[in-house]
Design a protein around this ligand. Structure first.
Ligand code: SF4
Length: 96
């Protein structure tokens, strides 16, 4: 259940990829550390610190796959792969 909570839009189950046509490879989520910690760190209230989420991401073996997923699926909210929303936006801008 924690895995579903972490990877779903708040309040919705499996809301993460409702808008995709082909099912993405989500096998990396099996090893996601955040699935064990709950989603609160990763979707903090606006203005709250993301330090703890980043610390957990720094220990996560799935970090690369997670970040790649977030970039490919234009995840706008929360910390993914150790990067905040603003950091992912900056990264996307430098890639284009
Ligand atoms: S890198 Fe961070 S957000 Fe991504 S799966 Fe690991 S702990 Fe979760």
């Amino acid at each position: 259940m924690a895995l579903i909570e972490r990877f779903s839009v708040r309040g919705t189950i499996a809301g993460m990829h409702n808008d995709t046509i082909a099912a993405p490879d989500l096998s990396w989520q099996e090893g996601a550390l955040c699935a064990q910690t709950g989603s609160d760190f990763f979707f903090p209230e606006p203005g709250s610190s993301v330090r703890e989420a980043k610390r957990i991401c720094g220990l996560c073996e799935m970090r690369s796959a997670c970040l790649e997923y977030a970039l490919n699926h234009d995840e706008r909210f929360g910390v993914w792969g150790g990067l905040s929303e603003k950091e992912r936006l900056s990264l996307r801008r430098t890639q284009h």
